[in-house]
Design a protein around this ligand. Structure first.
Ligand SMILES: [Zn+2]
Length: 190
């Protein structure tokens, strides 16, 4: 009788623990509203038009996710309008930034055929969408030195300065709620 009482108590404790675990499911953030300062701003990207460069684009996005806390790049769900469109074409790689965190990126085959690294191109162009300008000429350690670092440069990682700049771009937008920069219609070549 004493044993049965203990067993019953244990079973109750186990049952009680499940609702707590179930309560951990996170709600998906909805777009369009300012995020709390501590949360990463989620940007969706659509690489379905990136053809043979799709995996390089995914890698470039993952590199940014590893490198900064303030922003997170996620593949858009099918049918979802993405913040960033990534396309392959036969021109030179370039970006058409809209407001911060939005725009279109072209992974141009012209540079790829000359021997430039596709993952570096991808993270470089995504860097433009995250608000970074070109820094040319520059060393291979700089992501935004782009093609000026030569075809032998395969570094796809932003340096400390570039990481800090992106953190600041997005932290500032979230915490002070200052207006985002006006959309720019001018493409950034390379
Ligand atoms: Zn560039």
């Amino acid at each position: 009788m004493h044993v049965r009482t203990l067993t019953g108590g244990l079973a109750t404790a186990l049952v009680m623990s499940f609702p707590l675990l179930g309560g951990q499911a996170a709600a998906a953030p909805s777009g369009g509203t300012a995020s709390p300062p501590a949360a990463a701003r989620v940007l969706t990207y659509d690489a379905s038009g990136a053809a043979e460069f799709k995996s390089a684009v995914d890698r470039g996005a993952a590199i940014w996710n590893e490198s900064v806390d303030a922003v997170e790049l996620r593949p858009a769900a099918s049918g979802q309008r993405a913040d960033i469109r990534v396309l392959a074409d036969n021109g030179w790689p370039r970006a058409l930034p809209g407001s911060l965190g939005k725009g279109t990126v072209y992974i141009g085959r012209q540079a790829v055929s000359q021997g430039y690294n596709t993952v570096r191109i991808s993270s470089h162009e995504l860097g433009h969408i995250l608000g970074l300008p070109d820094r040319k000429p520059g060393p291979c350690s700089s992501l935004m030195s782009g093609s000026s670092a030569g075809t032998s440069c395969t570094n796809p990682y932003p340096n400390a300065t570039e990481r800090a700049e992106v953190e600041e771009n997005f932290a500032g937008a979230a915490s002070t709620r200052t207006p985002l920069p006006a959309p720019r219609a001018v493409p950034i070549r390379d």
